[in-house]
Design a protein around this ligand. Structure first.
Ligand SMILES: Nc1ncnc2c1ncn2[C@@H]1O[C@H](COP(=O)(O)OP(=O)(O)OP(=O)(O)O)[C@@H](O)[C@H]1O
Length: 260
């Protein structure tokens, strides 16, 4: 789905990404890992077109994206939840979600789809609340909800668990897993009999049936990464140094590239 080859990026004279080759297969959940400052966010920003790559190719479903504007990438179905969430603190939850609608107007979607509220019921309860008054976990759910408004086929999340309390981390992990894994497999989303959970299930099945969400996330928490992702890609000092299925991520790699 996403193929990056020989990508180089510079901040002024500082060479930050070096000959990156990187793939996100359709249907996968890939975790981009590495210590602080190795270039993970920079790579995501290149994918979103927020900063320019010097050379190399970013290919999305067969189309070369290098010269596409960020809005065009959103229209093509790439959703992005930046680090720090970047919701609008003075706008209400509803207004924040409506901003996500801009990219999908051309698809005729004029209203925030109900399934967003089924996935994150807290957003419905807080529609009129200002974004800045929400807890960190609620803001993260709002940021993900806003990205889901544009019906992404590829959802990119930059450290979605950063600074969030453990129970919400678990909730966000469950949503990521369900968004990613429901597609095309005998669904593990059995009805639970719990009305709230079954609503979430219905919302996710709806998204998956219509879309199918491939996920690329940056995550530093190893247990979380192991739980949600099926592939990893490790960066070190601007280069890709290890890649594989999550079950192949061994202690040697963790020690060499991830522990501080
Ligand atoms: N706007 C910028 N201008 C100049 N240098 C930058 C800029 N943004 C990031 N850098 C530098 O580029 C390198 C990679 O930063 P980046 O934020 O991509 O790393 P990261 O792996 O995402 O780290 P973290 O986990 O801390 O977010 C770092 O050395 C950083 O200081």
């Amino acid at each position: 789905m996403l193929n990056i080859s020989a990508l180089n990026q510079f901040y002024g004279g500082s060479h930050t990404l070096w000959d990156m080759n990187f793939e996100v297969p359709a249907g996968s959940c890939v975790c981009l890992m590495g210590r602080n400052g190795v270039g993970k966010t920079t790579l995501l920003k290149c994918i979103m077109g927020l900063i320019a790559a010097r050379d190399g190719t970013i290919n999305y479903n067969g189309a070369v994206l290098n010269n596409a504007k960020p809005e065009q990438r959103a229209e093509l179905g790439i959703g992005y939840v930046p680090q720090g969430r970047e919701i609008f603190p003075l706008l209400t939850v509803e207004e924040n979600l409506q901003i996500g609608l801009r990219a999908v107007r051309k698809q005729g979607i004029k209203k925030v789809p109900d399934h967003i509220y089924e996935i994150f019921p807290v957003l419905k309860q807080m529609l009129k609340r200002r974004g800045g008054d929400l807890s960190g976990g609620q803001q993260q759910q709002l940021a993900i909800g806003r990205a889901l408004v544009l019906n992404p086929k590829l959802l990119i999340l930059d450290e979605p668990t950063e600074g969030i309390q453990p129970n919400i981390v678990t909730e966000i992990g469950d949503v990521i897993i369900r968004l990613n894994r429901a597609k095309g497999i005998p669904t593990p989303l059995l009805k639970t009999g719990d009305a709230a959970k079954d609503d979430v299930r219905e919302g996710i099945i709806k998204i998956k049936n219509e879309l199918g969400v491939t996920i690329l996330l940056v995550e530093q928490k190893l247990p979380f990464a192991r739980k949600v992702a099926d592939r990893f890609y490790i960066m070190d000092r601007g280069r890709g140094v290890a890649v594989g299925s999550m079950s192949e991520l061994n202690e040697g790699m963790v020690k060499q590239y991830l522990t501080v």
